[in-house]
Design a protein around this ligand. Structure first.
Ligand code: SF4
Length: 311
């Protein structure tokens, strides 16, 4: 089936829209179809920049894959150990780092790792000064800490002991429809527990203001997919790097407020929406963060900063 460019909604898309309209334009419009080698240069470039990651995100993604691997193993009767998982994760981190540094990513950019730290030759990744080794060791340690927490945190005992027959979702990219718009949600792990549904979100960084809205969106997802009332859904952000577990329940009023927030966010996006198959649109409709403003600090970590001449 041919893929078409359409407006969809997710917590991360909404956060990008709120943080920087220009970044939103690059990610969701200009980069569209940039995966094709025959795409116009501007689209191709935006797509390659969009596909880049940074070490904190790479390490986080690898921890998610390692935990998912543990669940897969458990489903097949093999209970993986902390050492096995840590080794798997650290090996993946090293492979991805080398793929980015040595240019291996160029063979298959859509499936490979390219770090923005390498692309922008950031001082933190300089090997000659030893900065790269220190930077990398920090993420190896973070991965070890996160995996240890997954195995040792007493608040995760219910996760580790849950039975596969009760599992509902595992890193599953799912969609529901709200206000005639596709909404994406990826619960890290969900399972039934004594008549309730528990949803877990693994975090490998610090708490963020987007964490609670993301859990609220998962409640909508659970109501639609698993036919549960909000009172019967318990969500938790698990800060594996040392921040503990933040459990949340959402009332019917919270759910209504979440729906109102999502509808307002969609309306604002829809006002700027255009069909990216019909053209590249006008970037001026998607303003950059003003240079020199407090908010412009995020430009220093933005994949697209060369397009905004903020590199
Ligand atoms: S470099 Fe700054 S202004 Fe440009 S897209 Fe990124 S965050 Fe927005």
């Amino acid at each position: 089936m041919a893929i078409v460019h359409e407006l969809s909604w997710s917590t991360s898309r909404a956060a990008t829209f709120a943080d920087c309209r220009r970044q939103y334009y690059y990610e969701y419009y200009l980069s569209w179809r940039g995966w094709s080698v025959t795409a116009p240069q501007a689209r191709r470039r935006a797509y390659l920049l969009k596909k880049m990651t940074r070490m904190p995100m790479l390490a986080g993604d690898i921890v998610h894959r390692a935990v998912a691997r543990w669940f897969d193993g458990r489903h097949q009767g093999h209970v993986g150990t902390e050492d096995e998982l840590a080794r798997f994760a650290i090996d993946r981190l090293r492979e991805a780092y080398k793929e980015s540094r040595d240019g291996g990513w160029k063979r298959r950019p859509s499936k490979s790792t390219r770090l923005a730290e390498h692309h922008y030759r950031e001082p933190r990744i300089e090997e000659a000064t030893g900065a790269a080794a220190t930077y990398g060791k920090g993420f190896v340690e973070r991965i070890r800490t996160c995996i240890r927490a997954f195995f040792a945190d007493p608040e995760l005992e219910g996760v580790r002991e849950s039975e596969p027959r009760d599992w509902l979702a595992l890193e599953e990219m799912g969609t529901i429809a709200l206000f005639d718009t596709k909404v994406f949600a990826i619960p890290d792990f969900a399972h039934r527990d004594d008549g309730e549904v528990r949803i877990w979100d693994w975090k490998t960084g610090s708490p963020s203001p987007n964490d609670r809205p993301q859990l609220a969106a998962y409640v909508l997802y659970a109501m639609e997919k698993w036919d549960v009332a909000p009172a019967d859904v318990i969500c938790a952000d698990v800060y594996l790097a040392g921040g503990g577990v933040a459990e949340e329940r959402f009332s019917r009023g919270d759910v209504d407020a979440t729906l109102g927030r999502i509808e307002a966010s969609m309306d604002a996006m829809r006002a700027l929406h255009f069909d990216a198959d019909e053209g590249e649109g006008d970037p001026e409709h998607f303003p950059m963060i003003p240079a020199g403003s407090r908010e412009a600090r995020r430009c220093g970590f933005c994949n697209f900063r060369e397009l905004c001449e903020r590199a």
